[in-house]
Write a new protein. Structure first.
Length: 571
């Protein structure tokens, strides 16, 4: 029988061979009932919320012990959701005004919350909707008197599910999990984040084809390429086991030299930095050899709260991260969220297509009071540090002029107040939409650097929503069209003496290292754990060899051909 291969998105590098175990989540059925004693129902809800908080504290402690502080923060965020005043007010109003049972009121309140997150149209926030669903089910289970769903694994298996919540992922016995495979999800989903942290291979976004993976069927999972081989023969299994052993050895070797610079065989030094979203991430980045930060996501400060964080609060948080990074380069992305009420303090309207709506810099320019507060905080915190400010979702030259004016205004305000702030700060923009790549030669005259976000650039170029399992495979950053846009940006920037970084998933994929190196990329920014392997890969190529690889790759006609070619020249 011929081996069948299905493909999703590689979410955590590594190779696993073993039998499938289908993980089915039992969905709770909620009845709608009118109640006579609304005080009793409200008290039942409050008791369930209190028990859920205790359970989340235990999960956070378990995650911190097994994985790390950054991953434990997932459950701390879950606990914060349970205290969301807008949600609790909505649920209690449903109980008291409509005289509804707590189970129904809780379901309706959380459904509204989840719908609002999904409508924003942002990949990261869509993944956070899964967090809300996880917490919602936890409280619902407590209200209905059910116990925690536990799975006992008798042998090491490949876990296959429609999706996996953080709770599912953390509570599974790690020594019995060979790999994770999910029908839904993307590279920013928690199963991807946790799998990387645990060092377990993972493939997400398999879509309906995931249903072909039945319990006990033998599979091979390649977390780098996204391939899942069903029913492989012994020769194929032996080949992949050999690859897995080789990869393990490479990882160990890479980790030993992770604190050393990434220098090509012909002595070209490449900057390798980290994507982070918290102080814990900054500490982890240094542990894995990051030479700085190529993307500090600031959204963690703005979400799940009723008021915008004030200038002093933001300054204190930024300073803690900056001090950890000392004088290393630190690129901070301004607030990058979408429309349809992403936060109560931002008045926005519902959008039919939020991916093409008021998000990123567009939203910031519509709320300059929020932007000014953030810019002043960044400039104050950046005094004595190597701060670079980056604006997301730019599509026109007019927007670049507008955000630069906002920076000038923030500087003037701080100067007038006599505050200490960073005087020399580079201002850059993200390249996420094709229009920016096409006029990069013009924009390069007005910015200090570009940072390419290949996750969004791929989906906008190929008109494929990365959060939609039906088309997500089309949004492949290795497609020649995306690679040509990357080349266009780098050439335009270098012609003006400006530098270019890349902070999308592609930067942390060792398979793509040679082609990005050959295109002339100056800075690779990625999840911290990917740094050692990318540094090691850079050391195995010369810049001239990489240029030849890039030239050949750009002449190919599909992402599949590009990947196959890069696999053939991988070292």
């Amino acid at each position: 029988m011929l081996t069948k291969t299905i493909q999703g998105m590689g979410a955590s590098e590594g190779i696993a061979v073993g039998p499938v175990f289908r993980y089915e989540v039992h969905r709770l059925v909620v009845d709608r009932r009118q109640v006579d004693d609304v005080k009793r129902e409200a008290a039942r809800l409050d008791a369930a919320l209190a028990q859920a908080r205790q359970e989340l504290q235990r999960l956070s402690a378990q995650a911190q012990a097994d994985i790390g502080a950054g991953e434990a923060a997932i459950f701390e965020a879950h606990a914060m959701f349970l205290d969301d005043p807008e949600l609790l007010e909505r649920v209690h109003t449903t109980i008291e005004t409509l005289q509804m049972n707590a189970e129904y009121a809780w379901q309706e309140g959380t459904k509204h919350y989840i719908a609002a997150l999904l409508a924003i149209g942002d990949e990261y926030l869509s993944a956070r909707a899964a967090d809300v669903e996880d917490v919602a089910q936890r409280v619902q289970r407590i209200l209905q008197g059910g116990g925690t769903q536990t799975i006992t694994l008798a042998e090491p298996v490949v876990i296959v599910a429609n999706d996996l919540t953080p709770s599912d992922t953390v509570t599974l016995e790690k020594t019995m999990v060979l790999a994770f495979c999910t029908a839904t999800g993307g590279p920013t989903s928690h199963v991807a984040i946790l799998a990387k942290a645990l060092g377990i291979p993972a493939v997400v976004g398999l879509g309906e084809e995931a249903n072909q993976l039945a319990t006990a069927v033998q599979v091979i999972v390649d977390g780098l390429t996204g391939d899942v081989l069903i029913g492989p023969d012994e020769a194929t299994i032996a080949s992949y086991r050999q690859r897995a052993e080789s990869l393990s050895q490479k990882r160990q070797e890479a980790l030993k030299s992770s604190d050393q610079p990434a220098v090509t065989l012909d002595r070209v030094r490449i900057e390798v930095v980290a994507n982070i979203g918290s102080l814990a991430d900054a500490v982890e980045a240094l542990r894995y050899g990051a030479e700085g930060v190529g993307l500090l996501r600031t959204e963690f400060l703005f979400l799940e709260r009723e008021t915008v964080p004030d200038e002093d609060e933001q300054t204190a948080v930024y300073q803690a991260i900056f001090q950890t990074m000392e004088r290393r380069p630190l690129v901070v992305r301004t607030l990058d969220i979408g429309g349809d009420k992403p936060a109560p303090y931002l008045s926005t309207i519902s959008e039919m297509n939020p991916f093409l709506g008021v998000r990123g810099a567009r939203l910031s320019l519509a709320h300059t009071d929020v932007l000014q507060t953030q810019l002043r905080a960044l400039l104050r915190a950046g005094a004595g540090h190597n701060l670079k400010i980056m604006f997301p979702m730019i599509s026109t030259l007019e927007e670049v002029h507008a955000v630069r004016e906002q920076v000038d205004q923030a500087r003037a305000t701080l100067e007038a107040s006599g505050a200490n702030y960073a005087r020399k700060v580079e201002i850059g923009i993200m390249v996420e939409v094709p229009s920016v790549a096409l006029i990069a030669d013009v924009l390069a005259k007005t910015v200090d650097f570009f940072s390419i976000g290949t996750n969004d650039l791929a989906q906008y170029t190929l008109a494929a929503d990365r959060t939609n399992a039906g088309v997500s495979k089309l949004a492949n950053a290795l497609h020649p069209s995306v690679l040509r846009l990357i080349r266009m940006v780098i050439e335009a920037a270098h012609a003006q003496g400006k530098w270019v970084g890349l902070c999308g998933e592609l930067a942390g994929n060792p398979l793509a290292t040679s082609v990005l190196l050959g295109l002339g990329l100056d800075e690779f920014s990625m999840t911290p754990k990917a740094i050692p392997m990318v540094k090691q890969t850079i050391r195995h190529f010369s810049a001239s060899e990489a240029r030849n690889i890039a030239e050949r790759a750009l002449a190919l006609s599909s992402a599949t051909e590009v990947r196959a070619y890069l696999e053939s020249v991988a070292k």
